[in-house]
Design a protein around this ligand. Structure first.
Ligand code: HEC
Ligand code: HEC
Length: 189
């Protein structure tokens, strides 16, 4: 005959086990989100993205990220020369002017009030900034995922024209990592 204490013990072990089981997926999601953000950050920090997300008011050029030629900055835009005076909706090669300005729809810098700086930011700092509505253009995490999936300036990074390098992972892998991060609720490294 079974001792009477065994039933409550089995019950308690069962409840604790069920709780642990319910916790595990959340902890796994957070760990996966943090890992995925390392991939996301490697893209944000790459030249094609960083050059339009500078710490200062001037866009950067090339893999070394030197300030844009001709003193171009938010000030030249304010003075009446939009970026689109030179940057067309397609790369210069696509419109028959090899070596000219790269192009994609709505070419420009993020607004001065929310500059969305990627230049010089660690993965942890980028993560906190990206999910802060005051600093990300008031976007939810799903809206950010939508942005990185479809925005023409983001897509341009993988079709930059000339001899420009592309980000370290394919766009699909970047979007997948971004989705894993969003599913984790924005877990930061
Ligand atoms: C030609 C300049 C340009 C390039 C190149 C560019 N961006 Fe942006 N990016 C912008 C502008 C402008 C905005 C703000 C648009 C808005 O708020 O609607 C923005 C906004 C964003 C946002 C949303 C706001 C936030 O949290 O920062 C993300 C994410 C982003 N860019 C990622 C990227 C990635 C990834 C790349 C490279 C693959 C990239 N961008 C390349 C100009 C650029
Ligand atoms: C007077 C013409 C002109 C204006 C105005 C202009 N650009 Fe450019 N831009 C160019 C040319 C030409 C290049 C190509 C040089 C090169 O290969 O880096 C270029 C290159 C760039 C690059 C380098 C791409 C890369 O990743 O290496 C970025 C980013 C850029 N421009 C952003 C901007 C932004 C943002 C504005 C508006 C604030 C702007 N430009 C205004 C002519 C212009």
């Amino acid at each position: 005959m079974k001792p009477v204490w065994i039933l409550p013990v089995v019950a308690v072990v069962g409840v604790v086990g069920a709780l642990a089981f319910a916790e595990a997926p959340a902890a796994d999601r957070a760990a996966a989100g943090k890992r995925a953000f390392a991939t996301v950050a490697s893209v944000l920090q790459s030249p094609r993205c960083r050059n339009c997300h500078p710490a200062g008011d001037a866009p950067l050029q090339g893999d070394r990220g030197v300030p844009h030629a001709m003193n171009i900055s938010r000030a030249t835009v304010a003075a009446g020369v939009p970026c689109t005076a030179c940057h067309q909706e397609r790369n210069s090669e696509a419109i028959g002017i090899p070596g000219g300005p790269p192009g994609a729809p709505h070419w420009g810098l993020p607004p001065a009030k929310t500059p969305m700086t990627f230049e010089g930011r660690s993965a942890g700092a980028l993560c906190e900034q990206l999910k802060d509505p005051a600093r990300n253009g008031n976007r939810t995490l799903p809206a950010l995922l939508e942005h990185v999936t479809h925005d023409p300036l983001v897509l341009w990074g993988w079709n930059p024209g000339g001899k420009r390098t592309t980000p370290p992972v394919p766009h699909a892998a970047f979007v997948e990592a971004f989705g894993t991060w969003v599913a984790s609720g924005g877990a930061c490294p």
